[in-house]
Design a protein around this ligand. Structure first.
Ligand code: PMP
Length: 439
């Protein structure tokens, strides 16, 4: 058996990380407050990614911290199978006040990946409960990221997340992604061109027949694959086609939920209401792992009283509605409301947009896009070494006191909603300097 010393880095098999490269030059975080992390050496790092798109209210918010501490002292754990605890019901009803009208049935999970798999399973069970059990095909999208469960990677469209893991779910089709349409470079807000790509859904329906199709799942804004903003009218068209064919529309709002676009959900921003919303991350400000699926009353009712209704959903997690997550979640929703953070994000959007786009002439930059408090800066790949330049930009930025995220050769920015203009300036100026230094 390997005998690792207590502080040895080898035992922790790090997720989504080239382990050997990291362990040769570890970059550690030791504490966090508001807009900043601190390293073990005491260096301050400006957080331009809300951790992993999740600390929307900023780090260490006192209401959230105190709620978790209080709950830990009161009741550590309670199951929610055939029993419950009051916080679970309170959290669900408070969340249902924030979700789009009609999406008021809340199923709790522990992560975005679990929310995705839960939503896909609910979609299948819903059709079956109505006596339409042939509606089983699922439709995702190229360049979609829906977490790492087998459902999520099957409907997801990232080759490396799929290719090592066997045959995945059968009966899955993919819409084309909406990126790279002519005329959309350096778009501010929603790109003008590309709504017609939604019509690919009609092609898939014609191929399989609607009687075999259960659901379409998309991220309203794809984040993990490099900030892909939907073209004007695209999501509306998807909704219309789904309605026409009795296909459920699932929005994966794991990153777009909770104010990222200046509204509670992307559904509100785009004026498109899906049948199911997957969420996690900002749901508890990431202080305790938690996810949820919001479903329409139509779906819930069909499961309870449809032609073939099973009465219960044969699905759930030991930690669904964990008391610490509920306490953190309630305090998080309170924080968003009391501090008016969604409106704050909306108010910062135009400053953020202009600041990000001022990098248009910076070295290596070939495209910039933004919506809400999201920014994507695409770099020209280094010849023969895709992703290498962006990884170096990430490391150099960290060493210069700025936390960004990179995916392929794209910088993805998603700062906490409490960001001030001075922080925005610092993000842009640090990046300009880093881009000038990295070859
Ligand atoms: N869906 C989307 C759109 C995401 O961005 C993510 C995480 N980045 C997930 C699902 C998966 O969430 P988790 O890592 O909590 O499982």
């Amino acid at each position: 058996m390997a005998d690792f010393g207590a502080n040895n880095l080898d035992a922790f098999w790090m997720p989504f990380t080239p382990n050997r490269r990291f362990k040769a030059h570890p970059r550690m975080l030791a504490s966090a407050k508001d807009m900043h992390y601190r390293t073990p050496e005491g260096r301050e790092i400006l957080d331009a990614t809300s951790g992993l798109w999740c600390v929307n209210a900023g780090h260490d918010q006192p209401r959230i911290r105190e709620a978790i501490q209080k709950q830990a002292a009161e009741m550590d754990y309670a199951p929610c199978f055939n029993m419950g605890h009051p916080l679970a019901f309170a959290f669900a009803s408070q969340l249902a006040q924030v979700t789009p009208e009609g999406l008021d049935r809340i199923f709790f999970t522990n992560s975005g990946s679990e929310s995705v798999d839960t939503a896909l399973k609910i979609a299948l069970a819903y059709h079956r409960a109505r006596g339409k059990g042939t509606k089983t095909r699922l439709i995702g999208r190229e360049r979609g990221y829906h977490g790492v469960g087998f459902g999520g990677i099957s409907v997801g469209g990232i080759p490396k997340n799929r290719m090592y893991f066997g045959s995945l779910l059968t009966g899955v089709d993919h819409l084309p992604h909406t990126h790279g349409v002519a005329g959309n470079l350096f778009s501010k807000g929603e790109p003008e061109h590309g709504a017609h790509l939604a019509d690919e859904l009609e092609r898939i329906v014609a191929l399989h027949d609607a009687s075999n199709i259960a659901a379409v799942i998309v991220e309203p804004v794809a984040g993990s694959t490099g900030v892909l903003i939907p073209p004007k009218g695209y999501l509306q068209r998807l909704r219309a086609i789904c309605d026409k064919h009795d296909i459920l529309l699932i929005f994966d709002e794991v990153i777009t939920g909770f104010g990222r676009l200046g509204t509670p959900f992307a559904a509100d921003r785009f004026g498109v209401t899906p049948d199911l919303i997957c969420m996690a991350k900002g749901l508890t400000n990431a202080a305790v792992p938690c996810g949820a699926v919001a479903a329409s009353g139509k779906i819930y009712d069909a499961m309870m009283e449809g032609a073939d209704a099973p009465i219960e959903l044969f699905h759930g997690y030991t930690y669904s509605a964990h008391p610490l997550a509920c306490a953190a979640g309630i305090a998080t929703l309170e924080t968003y409301k009391e501090d008016d953070l969604f409106a704050r994000a909306a108010g910062m959007e135009s400053y953020w947009q202009e600041a990000i786009h001022s990098l248009r002439d910076a070295r290596h930059v070939i495209d910039i896009r933004n919506l809400g408090l999201i920014g994507g800066i695409e770099l020209e790949a280094r010849p023969g070494a895709p992703t290498a330049r962006a990884l170096e930009v990430f490391e150099t930025a960290f060493d210069a006191g700025l936390l960004i995220r990179v995916t392929a050769d794209i910088i993805a920015l998603s700062p906490p909603l409490i960001i001030e203009k001075s922080h925005v300036d610092q993000v842009v100026e640090t990046l300009r300097g880093v881009l000038a230094r990295v070859d």
